[in-house]
Design a protein around this ligand. Structure first.
Ligand code: ZN
Ligand code: ZN
Length: 209
C-alpha cells in the first residue's frame, strides 16, 4: 500500500492518497486544492473508490465535492459528524468568512467498520473529543491516520462546537495508545510521528503512562 501525502489549503491540511499496486485507492481528508489531488490521481491512474473524512471541519472536507464529481468516489464520514457538513458554523467555514456546505455524503461510518482498499483494510476507530464524530483510520502493520485528534507532540483543539478535552484525552489513551510502538502516526496537520514517540514525549499523554 502506497501512502502519498499532499498538503492542501490555508491551514496546511495533510490529505493522504492511499493506493495499492492495482491502482485501487481512497483519499483521506481532501480539505482543499482538489485540482492538486486530481492531478496526482490522473498521473498515477488511480481508481478512487472512497473519500474518507476524519471529521467535518472545513479544512478536511473542502475538496470532497469536486473530487466526487470527477471520480465518482463515495464520501464517508462518522455518523456523529454528518451534522457539521451542512452547517457553516459547526464546520468552521463561517469563521473563515465562507459558508461551506458539503452535500451528497454516501456512507455513515461507526466504530468497528472496515474500508477495503484492494487486499488491505482500514479499520474505523471512533475518537470523539475534537469533534463528536472524529475518527481515526488504522492501516494494520503500518500506521494510523489521526485527523485532528492527535498530532506530533500535541492534540486537537477542543474549543469548537462538539469539542471536549477530557473526552479527547480518553479517546487517545484508550484507543490509540494501546497500539504498537512502531506504528506511524499520520496526522491531519504537521509532521508524522510514531505511537512510541507520542507515548513517551507528547506532553498531553505521557502523564497517563
Ligand atoms: Zn478539525
Ligand atoms: Zn484540521
Amino acid at each position: 500500500m502506497e501512502i502519498f501525502p499532499i498538503t492542501v489549503g490555508s491551514l496546511d491540511t495533510n490529505c493522504y492518497i492511499l493506493y495499492d499496486n492495482m491502482g485501487q485507492g481512497v483519499i483521506i481528508d481532501p480539505g482543499a486544492d482538489p485540482e492538486l489531488i486530481l492531478a496526482q490521481i490522473d498521473k498515477k491512474k488511480l481508481n478512487i473508490e472512497k473519500i474518507i473524512l476524519t471529521h467535518g471541519h472545513f479544512d478536511h472536507i473542502g475538496g470532497a465535492d469536486t473530487i466526487k464529481a470527477k471520480t465518482g468516489a463515495k464520501i464517508a464520514i462518522h455518523n456523529q459528524d454528518e451534522e457539521l457538513l451542512l452547517d457553516g458554523y459547526k464546520n468552521l467555514s463561517r469563521m473563515m468568512g465562507a459558508d461551506y456546505k458539503l452535500e451528497g455524503v454516501d456512507i455513515l461510518l461507526e466504530e468497528g467498520d472496515t474500508i477495503q482498499i484492494g487486499n488491505d483494510k482500514l479499520y474505523v476507530i471512533h475518537t470523539p473529543g475534537h469533534t463528536k464524530g472524529g475518527l481515526c483510520l488504522l492501516l494494520e502493520g503500518r500506521g494510523i491516520f489521526t485527523g485532528d485528534t492527535l498530532f506530533m507532540y500535541s492534540v486537537g483543539r477542543t474549543d469548537f462546537y462538539g469539542g471536549d478535552h477530557d473526552i479527547l484525552i480518553k479517546s487517545i489513551i484508550e484507543k490509540i495508545m494501546p497500539l504498537d510502538d512502531h506504528l506511524m502516526i499520520y496526522p491531519g496537520h504537521g509532521p508524522t510521528s510514531t505511537i512510541g514517540n507520542e507515548r513517551s514525549r507528547n506532553p498531553y499523554i505521557k502523564q497517563f503512562k
